[in-house]
Write a protein that binds this ligand. Structure first.
Ligand SMILES: [Zn+2]
Length: 508
């Protein structure tokens, strides 16, 4: 460790500034107030731009370090490098950050309207789950498209343009290649996806048609039918539950795996308010020190999925070693989403739902089994958004119509389906604005989840993870948490599973 003392000190400094920035972000997302997050961000940038820091990193990179220190130096090098290519790039980066923040405020403050009434995103989701009238569902679904125009007018195309320019000046093939390089992923890894998906599509469509016929009397299932069918399959999802005890429920669940989350500094802000972001996040303010969870629950069972997911993120942070400040910077977003999803998935497992449905448990078990089959069949539908997000940086975007044409082109290409309206909802997905080339993390995280479960079951010769929950916790700690940061995602996947990442777990 002593060989890289200097680099660790740089990491510590960054950690402190990033904690301050995240706290201000937390305020902005929970209240709508901007108390100077830009200024805090710039302080962080100053450390990245410091020539002496960069020189120290380069010096260490040239040294003969032991492998882990080599990795630590490499992680820091990758984070600093973009700031030392040119002043122009630094200027651009700041512009991008500023515009992305402005646009995220447009998104956070926007409220769509339905039949002349202001409507929250959570209400739209509620309608999509529970409204039997298909036309009404369609209207609610398409209300999500209302934010497209204001977002575009606030400068969405400019934001895309700035990122393209950034990638060009950086010397990457395009912005997608630049982002994937930053995430230590293979730039070509998505090339084979359309082909792999084309093979899986027929089976997926068959299951969808079967459930469509049964629940909406139409084998042609539309996007506004998905959540409704899910809800019909398992009405338990929408069952009213008392969320005032959710802290205890979540605590008890994680205790099964040997983790007492009450020992950790996790803050929950989970009820809706005006000017509060409408989604679910975990703000990892400082690794193993401070995590904050934002959610918007309205006393429905399925909302436990969000709480389990975000608590998974927070737990992940607290299981890391705070002194490993550099390795912690090198963790993969896919692993972190996969880890969070592992716990979210327990929403459909008896071990979790048994506390909610009283004497109707057998019914719940049957319904959730059908639901899992349905959700596996609809999982592919996440892919068009991933590909659209990438395509934005490969095509020429001048007008909002360009965006819509592109959206439909990808939709057709991947799912082989025709446009369902003139204007698709896309802007409401905040990732296109604040976290470009990130959506694959959820999807791949899901597949990583499947892989981890299967590997554990095989190794421990069991079909019931919950019967060996403590062992599962240890497995995750040893195989996923401890080595994360030390290895890139493709390396870690290979280490655990013995094979390369593919879409194989999508097949039933
Ligand atoms: Zn997540």
């Amino acid at each position: 460790m002593s060989q890289i003392k200097k680099l660790t000190a740089i990491g510590r400094k960054l950690e402190k500034l990033s904690a301050r920035y995240s706290r201000l972000e937390w305020v902005q997302y929970t209240t709508g107030y901007d108390l100077g997050s830009q200024k805090a961000y710039q302080k962080m940038v100053k450390v990245f731009k410091d020539k002496k820091n960069y020189q120290a990193i380069l010096d260490h990179k040239a040294m003969d370090l032991e492998p882990l220190d080599k990795r630590r130096a490499e992680i820091l090098y990758k984070a600093f490098k973009p700031y030392h290519l040119s002043d122009e790039l630094n200027k651009l980066e700041l512009e991008i950050q500023k515009l992305a923040t402005e646009l995220s405020q447009v998104l956070n403050n926007h409220r769509s309207s339905l039949d002349g009434r202001e409507i929250r995103s959570t209400e739209i989701a509620q309608i999509l789950r529970s409204e039997p009238d298909r036309e009404n569902r369609k209207k609610a679904y398409l209300a999500r498209a209302q934010v497209n125009q204001p977002l575009f007018e606030a400068g969405f195309a400019e934001l895309i343009g700035l990122r393209k320019e950034y990638a060009r000046l950086y010397g990457a093939k395009n912005f997608v290649a630049y982002q994937l390089e930053q995430q230590e992923l293979d730039v070509n890894m998505f090339d084979s996806w359309p082909e792999q998906i084309a093979k899986l599509l027929p089976a997926m469509k068959k299951i969808k048609a079967e459930f469509g016929e049964k629940f909406i009397g139409d084998s042609a299932v539309k996007p506004w039918d998905d959540a409704y069918i899910s809800a019909q399959l398992a009405p338990e999802l929408n069952r009213r539950v008392d969320m005032s005890t959710c802290n205890e429920v979540v605590r008890d669940f994680f205790l099964n795996f040997g983790w007492d989350i009450t020992k950790y500094n996790i803050t929950y802000d989970i009820f809706p308010r005006r000017n509060k972001s409408e989604w679910g996040y975990n703000f990892s303010i400082q690794t193993a020190v401070d995590s904050r969870i934002l959610a918007n629950v309205e006393n429905r069972y399925h909302e436990y999925g969000v709480l389990l997911h975000e608590t998974g993120h927070a737990l992940h942070s607290f299981l890391l070693k705070p002194r490993e400040v550099l390795l912690n910077m090198g963790g993969s977003g896919i692993i972190s989403e996969g880890f969070a999803n592992l716990f979210q998935d327990f929403l459909y497992e008896e071990s979790f739902f048994k506390q909610f449905f009283g004497d109707q448990q057998a019914q719940a078990a049957e319904n959730f089994a059908h639901l899992k089959r349905w959700e596996r069949a609809t999982r592919l539908e996440a892919v068009p958004a991933i590909m659209f997000d990438q395509a934005l940086y490969r095509e020429n975007i001048k007008t909002i119509d360009d965006v819509h044409h592109l959206y439909w082109k990808i939709y057709r290409q991947i799912l082989g389906e025709e446009p369902y309206s003139g204007e698709p909802p896309w802007g409401f997905r905040i990732h296109h604005t604040t976290h470009p080339i990130y959506l694959h993390n959820y999807f791949m995280g899901d597949l990583t989840c499947d892989m981890l479960r299967e590997v554990f079951k095989k190794r421990h010769k069991t079909n019931d993870i919950m019967a060996q929950a403590k062992k599962f916790g240890k497995f995750l700690l040893d195989e996923v948490i401890k080595p994360s940061g030390t290895y890139t995602y493709p390396e870690l996947y290979q280490r655990v599973s013995g094979e390369e990442f593919s879409l194989k777990y999508l097949a039933e």
